[in-house]
Design a protein around this ligand. Structure first.
Ligand SMILES: [Zn+2]
Ligand SMILES: [Zn+2]
Length: 250
């Protein structure tokens, strides 16, 4: 589990890792969050020295989370990654899982599509040699979201935006973006296996009426509802969204 983006620093108030005593009387379990405890963590680089927390080789769990949703979770013993390593899609499904033994990949690492179907298996031997890669697991389920761009056919890339807490919880929005033509789709909130194409409106239409942010709106294709031509507008800055009436139609 290497190559993650780990550099999102957060203005924490010197947050302490929480330490709990497990009921089975084992060693204390410590969880640190990469985003919240970033300033106290030194991973020494990909092949570097052991991971330290506040200068001490770390034993415990390292995670990154959005609210209650873990994005990834690794376990460390004396600063070496040791135990199951997992990643999740930001809206919940498991994305990848494998076993680390004293900092080395061991056995089968699996990754899954967003719809839960198996995407890839990588097999490592005891010397951490990658000895096999299996990828041909057939198509994603037919009720899954489209994974290729409807305009140019390239694989879409998932993009998660966060919105700050307004009247409650921090939350996320999920988008699928084409790295080729720039197509931007948003999953249907009603659960249908479709992506709604969104555009970035220009001028006044691009400005958020709620937070005043400029050019932070994304807008859906227009649709007709209750005799009005409407657009679905989402602000990327504050996360608020609304259906905007454009004009009366028959
Ligand atoms: Zn495209
Ligand atoms: Zn806004």
């Amino acid at each position: 589990m290497t190559g993650r983006e780990h550099d999102q620093d957060v203005d924490g108030e010197g947050r302490q890792a929480c330490e709990t005593q497990p009921s089975d009387g084992g060693a204390p379990k410590v969880r640190i969050d990469w985003r919240l405890d970033r300033r106290d963590i030194d991973d020494g680089g990909i092949d570097g020295p052991p991971l330290t927390y506040q200068g001490v080789p770390f034993t415990g769990e390292v995670v990154e989370a959005i609210g209650d949703q873990l994005l990834w979770q690794d376990f460390y013993v004396d600063g070496y990654q040791h135990g199951l390593a997992r990643q999740w899609w930001a809206d919940g499904p498991l994305m990848a899982e494998g076993l680390m033994v004293w900092g080395h990949c061991r056995g089968v690492f699996r990754s899954w599509n967003h719809d839960g179907t198996l995407a890839k298996e990588q097999v490592f031997d005891d010397a951490e040699e990658l000895i096999e890669v299996r990828e041909d697991f057939g198509p994603a389920r037919p009720d899954a979201l489209p994974r290729s761009c409807p305009q140019c056919g390239l694989d879409l890339v998932q993009e998660i935006t966060r919105h700050a807490a307004h009247g409650g919880q921090e939350g996320t929005d999920e988008w699928w973006r084409c790295p080729g033509c720039g197509f931007l789709g948003r999953p249907d909130l009603g659960g249908r296996p479709i992506l709604h194409p969104f555009v970035r409106p220009t001028g006044e239409d691009g400005d958020c009426v709620f937070c005043g942010g400029e050019e932070c709106n994304r807008a859906s294709e227009t649709f007709v509802r209750d005799g009005w031509l409407c657009g679905w507008v989402v602000c990327m800055a504050c996360g608020r969204e609304n259906v905007r009436r454009i004009k009366r139609v028959r």
